[in-house]
Design a binder for this molecule. Structure first.
Ligand SMILES: Nc1ncnc2c1ncn2[C@@H]1O[C@H](COP(=O)(O)OP(=O)(O)OP(=O)(O)O)[C@@H](O)[C@H]1O
Ligand SMILES: [Mg+2]
Length: 292
């Protein structure tokens, strides 16, 4: 049975797509049959894998699977790696989010799509979400077993996180009681930047006392832009760079920790306003899980 992980942060440009695409590639490279679901009408994950235009040409879209117009098996696209498939994003997702908003039960549509038997062929399904708390975000968090939050090592990105956690709390309380929080991935981290280093120190201490995993520390690297414009995830673009190794380490850590049930997750966070420390204190109890 595939385990489903939503990569989520309502803040734009924090490395969700970079993390989703590179983690998916590294999971595939590590032997896990992986499906990357592009749930963003910007379709950046689809571009990253070099399939945005081919998907458009073939009218293959995540939106059509959500609406039931096509089955998963007819719509997934093969990538350059046998373990990695893509469900491509496009502008139809935006139309879908607008049109379905008032339809009862529409939030469950992605979850239902993943109940198709073809989804069982995957060890893991990663969902790249877009920067919003709209219906698409709710669909992703309703369909997911876990969520992972990429963020920068700066206080600013905390702005707005409380709204996302509040939304997730609602989803956990109603549609998806088993949703687990896998932790944080710090993206674009620069060891020479004293703000980053100081923020990380604070964050590590919050996370330690609240049993929140910092799953990965991804260095700031120009290679990210190069890999994205060459439409090749880092592990197949420049595998020896620290940034590529960091994403591979994240994938392996995730696989190992979760396989051996050492990985801890925390329940989705409640409540609203607060400083970073208050927000972090809302993360709740940890628990062990086995996902593979
Ligand atoms: N580790 C990194 N080093 C350098 N640049 C990075 C890194 N991670 C991401 N970036 C760059 O930051 C920008 C934003 O990244 P990305 O598109 O992954 O963010 P996002 O959260 O998916 O954005 P959106 O909310 O718009 O979907 C991109 O230009 C990307 O190339
Ligand atoms: Mg993105």
């Amino acid at each position: 049975m595939a385990k489903i992980i939503a990569i989520a942060n309502q803040k734009g440009g924090v490395g969700k797509t970079a993390t989703a695409a590179n983690l998916a590639a590294c999971l595939a490279e590590s032997g896990k049959k992986t499906l990357l679901v592009d749930l963003d009408y910007q379709a950046n994950a689809s571009s990253y894998l070099g399939l945005k235009f081919e998907a458009k040409k073939q009218s293959k879209s995540t939106a059509s699977v959500i609406t039931g117009e096509s089955r998963l098996s007819q719509t997934v696209m093969k990538t350059c790696h046998p373990n990695l498939d893509l469900l491509a994003g496009d502008m139809l997702l935006s139309k879908l989010a607008r049109e379905k908003i008032l339809e009862p039960g529409s939030v469950l549509l992605l979850k239902k799509a993943f109940e198709q038997k073809e989804a069982k062929a995957y060890d893991i399904i990663l969902i790249d979400t877009h920067p919003s708390l709209d219906l698409l975000f709710q669909m992703a968090l309703t369909a997911a077993d876990f969520y992972l939050v990429p963020m920068f090592a700066e206080a600013d990105p905390f702005d707005g996180l409380q709204y996302m956690f509040s939304e997730i709390t609602t989803i956990k309380g109603t549609l998806n009681k088993g949703l687990g929080f896998l932790g944080l991935v710090i993206t674009k981290f620069d060891r020479q930047n004293t703000t980053h280093v100081k923020f990380l120190e604070l964050l590590e201490s919050f996370c330690k006392s609240n049993k929140i995993a910092i799953r990965g520390l991804i260095p700031d690297s120009k290679a990210l832009a190069g890999s994205s414009s060459n439409q090749k995830p880092l592990i197949w673009y420049k595998p020896d760079l620290p940034v590529s190794e960091a994403y591979l380490a994240l994938a392996k850590k995730l696989i190992r920790d979760l396989t051996t049930a050492k990985g801890s997750t925390t329940n989705g966070t409640p409540k609203v306003k607060g400083t970073p420390s208050e927000i972090m204190n809302l993360f709740g109890e940890s628990r062990n899980l086995e996902i593979f």
